[in-house]
Write a protein that binds this ligand. Structure first.
Ligand code: C5P
Length: 230
């Protein structure tokens, strides 16, 4: 997977029909992210249906529970064929290590989410009780996640450099919050272009609405991949 920056698109839709049409429309893309919205609607069958089209699935359910439960869920995701699986770094080292043991020998790779980008420093302090800023918590959590066995980290493009410094060269860095220059920003605020994210060291980028909503999705995929290749 390392080498060039891979494009992942997301199936942020409600039905199997829309999801499979989106896969066909973005056929130049090899990776598809299935999150809580589509998975809760369609269940494991949608993962199998996307894989039946010879595509790789990134199952983004952000597990956060006791170690035994997260280990069993991670193994279930791996058995389903998911190649990338997310969990929360804030679940702690024992949780991450249990998940890593559970997926050993499978093709699944675990990605840890550090601090959700929707959380502000004020929310972290006043609601969650974390006195650090996000800029302090993100590299710390990335580091404990990788030490415990996570194969990679999901982070915002603005965090790529601090995460890379914290975890070293080997772990995967996967980042959403990407907008090509020709695309609308939607609700994303601190964005980077695909090229900027690749240059900052992202191994994989997640781009959804600029592809899903493009009048010609195959062209959107082609343009992004061209940009990634430099
Ligand atoms: O449409 P867009 O490219 O903004 O979609 C980005 C995807 O990445 C969505 O599935 C969104 O839920 C997810 N994501 C994000 N920001 C994060 C974490 C996940 O946009 N910090």
């Amino acid at each position: 997977m390392k080498g060039r920056t891979e494009l992942i698109t997301g199936l942020d839709v409600d039905t199997r029909e829309e999801a499979l049409a989106a896969v066909d429309n973005a056929a130049g893309c090899e990776w598809f992210k299935i999150g809580a919205q589509l998975f809760t609607r369609c269940g494991p069958a949608i993962v199998e249906a996307v894989q039946a089209k010879k595509k790789n699935v990134f199952l983004d359910l952000k597990y956060h529970d006791i170690p035994n439960t997260v280990a069993k869920a991670s193994k279930a995701a791996a058995d389903l064929g998911a190649r990338l699986v997310t969990l929360h770094a804030s679940g702690g080292k024992a949780m991450i290590a249990a998940a890593r043991d559970a997926v050993e020998g499978t093709e699944a790779r675990l990605l840890a989410v550090t601090v959700l980008t929707s959380l502000t420093d004020d929310m972290l302090r006043d609601e969650i009780g974390i006195p650090e800023t996000a800029a302090e918590a993100v590299p710390r959590l990335a580091n404990i996640a990788v030490e415990a066995g996570a194969h990679g980290i999901v982070c915002s493009p603005r965090e790529i450099t601090m995460v890379r410094d914290a975890v070293g060269p080997a772990p995967l860095i996967v980042t959403p919050g990407i907008r090509p220059k020709w695309a609308a920003k939607d609700d994303q605020a601190r964005i980077m272009t695909p090229r900027e994210a690749a240059e900052a060291g992202a191994d994989m980028i997640v781009v959804v609405r600029p592809i899903l909503k493009h009048e010609n999705p195959p062209e959107a995929v082609r343009l992004i991949q061209e940009e990634l290749q430099g």
